[in-house]
Design a protein around this ligand. Structure first.
Ligand SMILES: [Zn+2]
Length: 77
């Protein structure tokens, strides 16, 4: 189980303000991750944040990280 431990994940994609309030949590399991060519099962606790910037039209957003898995070779390659 992993959590995003990254301050920038709380940044609103619309206005850039760091959110301070969690709206809800969601459990996702990305399938495109791997470790050393081995597919891994990952439970990722994502949080949904409330953007409190009044001028922001977004309201809430799911955290996202700049890091994304580039994909991996097929097992056995
Ligand atoms: Zn915002």
């Amino acid at each position: 189980h992993v959590f995003t431990d990254d301050e920038t994940a709380r940044g609103c994609p619309a206005c850039g303000v760091l959110a301070t309030r969690v709206k809800e949590c969601a459990l996702t399991s990305p399938r495109d991750l791997c470790a050393g060519g081995e597919p891994i099962t990952l439970l990722w606790h994502k949080r949904r944040w409330v953007c409190r910037e009044r001028l922001c039209s977004r309201g809430s957003f799911t955290e996202q990280t700049p890091r994304s898995a580039p994909g991996c070779g097929r097992p056995g390659d």
